[in-house]
Design a protein around this ligand. Sequence first.
Ligand code: TXA
Ligand code: MG
Length: 326
Amino acid sequence: MSGVGPIRTADRATIEAAASRLKAGGLVAFPTETVYGLGADAANGEAVAKIFAAKNRPGFNPLIVHVRDQSEAAEHVRFTPPAEKLAETFWPGPLTLVLERRDDCGFSDLVSAGLPTAAVRAPNHAIAQNLLRAAGFPIAAPSANRSESVSPTRAVHVRESLGTRAGMILDGGACALGLESTVVDASEYPVRLLRPGGIPIEKLRAICECADDTREQSDRPRSPGRMLRHYAPALPLRINCENPPKGWAYLGIGPDRDHPLTKNLSEGGNLNEAAANLFAMLRELDKGEFSGIAVAPIPREGLGAAINDRLSRARTEPRQKRSRSD
Ligand code: TXA
Ligand code: MG
C-alpha cells in the first residue's frame, strides 16, 4: 500500500480496505468537499464511541451521519417538505439537515447523543461517495481533529491532529471548500440555521423560510452550547449514587455490587461499551415504571469523562419531574 504512516492513497483497493475496517467496527478518516471526517459505522455504538475517544471530546456531541443520497437518509430520518426541497437542491453538497429520527432509525443512539433527531448529509466528494458505496451503510463522522483544534482540510492535518488514533487516513488531497457544512434544523417549520457553513443562508432562503439561530438575540450572543438541546430523561436522575432510593431504577457499570443493577452499561467495566449503551439504556429506563433513575459512580478515565459530563447535564434531581416535551 502507498502512503506515509496511516495515510493511504485513496485508490480502489484502499477504499475496499477502508470499508472492511468500518465493517469490523474500526475508524477511517476520509476526505469530503468540506473537511476531512473521522468515520465509523453509524449503526455500531461501540464503533461510534471510538470516535469520541479518538477526538478526546469532553462530552458527547451529536455527530453528522454521511449518506449516499436522500433515499438512503429517508430510511432513517423523517423528511419534512422543506427538508426534501433543500436536499433536492443542495445534495450532494455542504448542507447538513437535522431531522427527526424514524422509529426504525438504524443509527446508534450515541450518534444523536440521545436526542430524538439526527443530522444527515450527502457529501459531494468521489472518495467519500465510493467509501459509502463500498461500506454499504451510513457513516457517522465529525471533523477529523482533536477536540478544540481546527478542522483538517488535508490528510497530513489529520495525521498531525490524531496520529494513529485515526486508524487509517484516506488521502484525497486538499478539500475544495475547506469550511464545514451548513447545519440546518429542518425537523420543524420554519427551518433554523444552527451553524453557518459552505452554503450561505441567502441560498437557503431562496428555497424556504429559514430562521437564523446563530445571530445575536437580544443583547447576548448565543453560544453554540445553547443552540444545541441536550438529552435529559423525564424521570429525576441522580448521579454518583451508592444507595438507590426504593422504587428507582439503578444504572451502573461493572461486576455486581451491594445493590443489584437494573441495567449494566458494561458487565466487564469497559467504558467504550458503556458509552455505546448509555443513551439507549437511559431511554429504556425512562420509559419504565420507576420513580427515578439512580446512576452508580462511573470511573472518570478515558470515555468515562464524557459519560460523567453527559450524566451531569442530564441530571434533573432535585428539580421537579418535567413534561417530556420541554
Ligand atoms: O462539513 C462537515 O459538516 C464535516 C464533514 C466531515 O462532513 N463534519 C463536521 O462534523 O463538521 P462535526 O461533528 O464537527 O459537527 C457537527 C455539527 C455540530 O455543530 C453538532 O452540534 C451539529 O452538527 N449536530 C449534529 N447532530 C445534531 C442534532 N441532532 N441536533 C443539533 N445539532 C446537531
Ligand atoms: Mg468539528
